[in-house]
Design a protein around this ligand. Structure first.
Ligand code: MLC
Ligand code: 5AD
Length: 715
């Protein structure tokens, strides 16, 4: 039979497919990605008409923001890093630059993020752990010692404490001989997503938005080469958002920042070219490529609607990072493969800058070895794979073009809905996007626990006795002692009266709602005010934000209707409840400045669905505060979630605090990123069970119940 002369259609294919499938219908091959559905095959008719005449380097930039893309200049290899002291991080950066990295990206520790100096009692477990500890200009100078800040672009992931950190960076550069006009880089400065997912806010939303605006104004005037914001979907992605949610919420945040800058009287075509974006790239290969194409398309449309005229204002320039949550503690070398695939998707999607995660991600901070492999993953893509030779090589693929169009349509509709309800600031305050992301995350966890979504080495093809990997250990007490000593020397050496007057000016600006807070912070930093002091000068007026978001419920249970294992655990809980007259109760706690709460909230939601009484503790508590809360709530157990390496300090402290309050009967469990080699020390301290990344929620609940049943009173 000769080929039909018209283009092939889905119906033509379905005929052929039926013959292969026998009694099964072709629809069974459809797949769901969050709110989207994909078919097993696409055709020319699925490609929207405009795809054929789209040009890279021309609005709406679906095919890339530059005509030449990587054929002329590859993306920037920009590895996010930071740990321990400024000196140690500096040595790490210098080596990375010597070995092929092109731009820097600073990871600060959580004390710094939350505006505390290293000597603050609330941050004992956090100093130098998840990033580098920075308290003053002196630390910042040490961080960039010997690194020419006029030539190397520096990204700083800082949001809550953006004022002191950016101020200290500017002063450190100035003292290195580089004026602020010459600085190139990016400040994350995206506070809205902090309230949704990342949780390193300090002040409430309103004053926080004022700070964002002040930073944008100062940078527009004085730092023309610096990107004033990195509008981030990454953290939503990591918190479990679907691709449509990540796109819609990120771009809707972008709209708010544009409005914020325009309200300050800035000309859209002067600041918009320095807005930048940041997306997460997970394992759904083609979806992630289409996501970046869709983001660019939508942003050009949005900016046109907001009145931008300059083509550079319409370009969505982005950094990407491969997904941390997609990586596994089990069989960790598999993570090299995952990261390679994700990096390839980011590149085929046309990213400007990229971080590739290290394979030990789910265990600890990267070592020299694991970060070398991560960096080399990008070098191999750039130099060996030939993927840089051709611009947008997937343009015109039936599937990619159809997916791009589908994402554009769905995200556009979601953005319109948010705008109609008053915009993203209002949505964030109402907590709707956070709850929607949590529902998506909980549903996904249920899918993994049921084995519907396969993760190699975790819920399938598991191997026991995998070779150990070397991990980076940080001696937190040593880093802290060093920082405390430096703070003391700084405070003795500085002109105290001058410093205090700069801090007072900052407080006054904050109270009177006048002046530029970044300009004032620069003066304070120059006078050697510390990060904690600058933050406190503002906190006096703005206050500290306390989040309070209800848990989502019912999502987990719905996915497990009729599941034997789920029902068995529920009935064990029902029996305990009947015998004792109340359900087993658990306080899910986070301690220290570790705000990574996706895991804790998914567990809380699932446990509540199973029948536990679940109390979600407040974020950022100290060990004695958690113990006191456990006493007040009279819970049977505390489940501590630790993702920022504070476990060895904070868990023993919690158990001591419980003992001291005569609450020794409260059982303590732990979960999160805890290296197996720390398990013995934690057990020794009295932690009953430890659940690492990839733990199955039902199995974890069963293990916890064993401890309840052991101690049940006889009938
Ligand atoms: C690029 N250039 C070209 C070109 N491609 N010129 C000619 N032809 C081409 N094909 C030029 C650009 O115009 C620019 O110059 C210069 O080269 C650099 O290119 P770029 O594309 O702008 O790259 P870069 O400088 O790397 O900037 C990328 C960015 C930026 C815009 C996305 O915002 C950035 O670096 N972001 C990184 C953010 C980051 O690292 N975040 C980490 C988050 S981790 P010119 O003169 O125009 O500038 C995190 C985790 C956590 O958040 O802790 O939670
Ligand atoms: N060094 C290197 N990578 C880090 N990440 C977070 N902190 C650091 C650090 N100090 C990476 C991890 C994590 C993501 C948010 O950023 O990949 O998942």
């Amino acid at each position: 039979m000769s080929k039909p002369v018209r283009p092939a259609t889905f119906e033509d294919w379905a005929e052929l497919a039926k013959a292969e499938l026998g009694t099964v219908s072709p629809e069974t091959l459809d797949r769901r990605y969050g709110e989207m559905e994909v078919r097993p095959v696409y055709f020319a008719g699925d490609v929207p008409g405009e795809a054929a005449d789209a040009l890279p380097g021309q609005a709406p930039f679906t095919r890339g923001i530059r005509a030449t893309m990587y054929a002329n200049r590859p993306w920037t290899i920009r590895q996010y890093a930071g740990f321990s002291t400024a000196e140690e991080s500096n040595a790490f950066y210098r080596q990375a630059l010597e070995r092929g990295q092109k731009g820097l990206s600073v990871a600060f520790d959580l004390a710094t993020h939350r505006g505390y100096d290293s000597d603050h009692p609330r941050v004992a477990g956090d100093v130098g752990k998840a990033g580098v500890a920075i308290d003053s200009v002196e630390d910042m100078k040490a961080l960039f010692d010997g690194i020419p800040l006029g030539n190397v672009s520096v990204s700083m992931t800082m949001n809550g404490a953006v004022l002191p950190v950016l101020a200290m960076f500017i002063v450190a550069a100035e003292e290195q001989g580089v004026p602020q006009e010459a600085l190139q880089g990016t400040i994350q400065n995206d506070i809205l997503k902090e309230f949704m997912v990342r949780n390193t806010y300090i002040y409430p939303p309103e004053p926080s938005m004022r700070i964002v605006g002040d930073v944008m104004v100062h940078l527009e005037r004085h730092m023309p080469r610096f990107n004033s914001i990195s509008i981030s979907g990454y953290h939503m992605h990591e918190a479990g958002a679907t691709a449509v949610q990540e796109l819609a919420y990120t771009l809707a945040d972008g709209i708010e920042y544009v409005r914020c800058a325009m309200a300050r009287g800035l000309d859209i075509d002067r600041f918009a070219p320095r807005l930048s974006f940041f997306f997460g790239i997970g394992m759904n290969f083609f979806l992630e490529i289409a996501k970046l194409r869709a983001a660019r398309t939508l942003w050009a449309e949005i900016m046109t609607g907001l009145g931008a005229k300059d083509a550079r204002s319409l370009m969505l320039r982005t950094h990407c990072q491969t997904s941390g949550v997609s990586l596994t503690e089990q069989d960790p070398h598999n993570n090299v493969v995952r990261t390679t695939l994700e990096a390839l998707a980011a590149v085929l999607g046309g990213t400007q800058s990229l971080h590739t995660n290290s394979f030990d991600e789910a265990i600890a901070l990267p070592t020299e070895f694991s970060s070398r492999i991560a960096r080399n993953t990008q070098l191999i893509l750039q130099h060996e794979s030939r993927v840089t030779d051709v611009v947008d090589p997937l343009g015109g693929s039936y599937y990619i073009e159809a997916l791009t169009a589908d994402l554009v349509g769905r995200a556009r509709a979601m953005i319109e809905e948010i705008e109609a309800a008053g915009g993203m600031v209002r949505a964030v305050q109402a907590g709707t996007p956070k709850a929607a992301i949590e529902r998506a995350a909980t549903a996904r966890q249920a899918g993994i626990d049921k084995g519907e979504e396969v993760i190699v080495g975790v819920n399938r093809y598991r191997v026991e006795d995998v070779e150990n990997v070397e991990i980076r250990q940080i001696d937190n007490a040593r880093v802290r002692a060093r920082q405390v000593g430096r703070l003391e020397r700084l405070r003795t050496a500085r002109d105290e009266a001058r410093c205090q007057s700069m801090l007072a000016a900052l407080t006054e600006y904050a109270a009177k709602d006048e002046g530029n807070l970044l300009a004032a912070a620069i003066e304070a930093a120059r006078a050697r005010a510390t990060l904690g002091e600058i933050s406190a000068a503002l906190e006096t007026v703005f206050g500290r934000h306390q989040a309070d978001a209800p848990l989502v419920t019912g999502v987990f249970a719905e996915r497990f209707v009729g599941d034997a294992e789920f029902d068995e655990i529920s009935s064990r809980i029902a029996q305990i409840t009947a015998r004792r007259g109340r359900p087993p109760s658990i306080l899910v706690a986070k301690m220290g400045q570790d705000g990574h709460d996706r895991g804790a909230r998914v567990i809380g939601s699932a446990f509540a669905d199973l029948g536990f009484t679940v109390h979600m503790g407040a974020l950022f508590e100290t060990a004695p505060e958690v113990a006191a809360e456990a006493g007040r709530l009279r819970v049977d157990a505390i489940g501590v979630s630790s993702l920022a390496a504070g476990h060895l300090t904070l868990l023993p402290e919690l158990i001591d605090a419980l003992e001291a309050m005569a609450l020794g009967h409260v059982r303590v469990f732990a979960g999160g990123v805890i290296p197996a080699e720390d398990y013995a020390a934690l057990r020794e301290a009295g932690v009953l069970e430890i659940f690492g990344p990839g733990s199955n929620v039902l199995e974890s609940a069963a293990a916890i119940l064993d401890h309840f049943e052991e101690r049940l009173p006889n009938r």
